[in-house]
Design a protein around this ligand. Structure first.
Ligand code: PGA
Length: 264
């Protein structure tokens, strides 16, 4: 049984002080929720603060990017080991904003995935089609080639630790989300592709979590969480407010427990 992951991608918002205030407000609101995992992914400068504030709560911390080398003359970069030392369990890799504005490619995404796994960090690998790719009918092809490239050279034991976030680019920050059925279809396809990539290891597609991302909010989270293939969400804008994100997490936990009951 896969535990759904609700991950907050704060992007370039919140100072360390803002982040601490968020966590103090957020923690009591989600205390006692079960059946889901929550991760907060603040900017680098707030990682240690958030890790300190969430200690003992079961909430995980993630970074939004990293470099693949462990140390060296790479001005401005952050290494996997530094993220581990800052208290991270997760790291978002290959977000479409990094692919679009910072030259991230399928190849750099793969190098980062391998480097994260070597250090025991769990990558949240983002894939998704643009609006023009969707309109050209190439969604499946695009997403499959991104997944295949990201997982190149990943051993089956490590692959089970990966989280994939299916984020159609046209749905990010636009208020225009995919429907639950649509997202479930593409995510099902990704899972079948992973089964093909690891033909001798059925545990990989069974365990690897695949989230939906793109304009997820309290009003639509249940639609996604009710789908059998969707293992949670990567949430941008709607994760910045502690009360709103707590509502989203609570609704997710309720939907997850309904899912478990239905399967039993
Ligand atoms: P959004 O962003 O929820 O604001 O659409 C999601 C993301 O970019 O991960």
């Amino acid at each position: 049984m896969r535990t759904p992951l609700l991950a907050a991608n704060w992007k370039m918002y919140k100072t360390a002080e803002d982040a601490a205030a968020f966590v103090r407000d957020f923690l009591p609101r989600v205390a006692g929720l079960s059946g889901i995992e929550i991760a907060l992914c603040p900017p680098f400068t707030a990682l240690t603060t958030v890790a300190h504030e969430v200690r003992g709560s079961g909430i995980a911390v993630g970074a939004q990017d990293m470099f693949w080398e462990e140390a060296g003359a790479y001005t401005g970069e952050i290494s996997p080991g530094m993220l581990v030392a800052a208290g991270c369990r997760y790291v978002i890799i290959g977000h479409s904003e990094r692919r679009q504005y910072f030259g991230e490619t399928d190849e750099t995404v793969n190098r980062k995935v391998l480097a994260a796994l070597r250090r025991g960090l769990r990558p949240i690998v983002c894939v998704g089609e643009s609006l023009s790719q969707r309109e050209a009918g190439t969604t499946e092809e695009v997403v499959k080639s991104q997944v295949k490239a990201a997982l190149a050279g990943v051993r089956p034991e490590a692959a089970c630790e990966i989280v994939i976030a299916y984020e159609p680019i046209w749905a990010i920050g636009t208020g225009r989300n995919a429907t639950g059925v649509e997202a479930n279809r593409v995510i099902g396809l990704i899972r079948r592709q992973i089964a093909e990539l690891y033909p001798a290891n059925p545990e990989v597609p069974a365990q690897l979590r695949i989230q939906y991302g793109g304009s997820v909010k309290p009003e639509n989270i249940v639609e996604f969480m009710s789908q059998p293939e969707i293992d949670g969400g990567l949430v941008g804008g709607a994760s910045l407010d502690p009360a709103g994100f707590a509502t989203l997490c609570r609704l997710s936990a309720e939907a997850a427990s309904r899912r478990v009951r239905e399967r039993a």
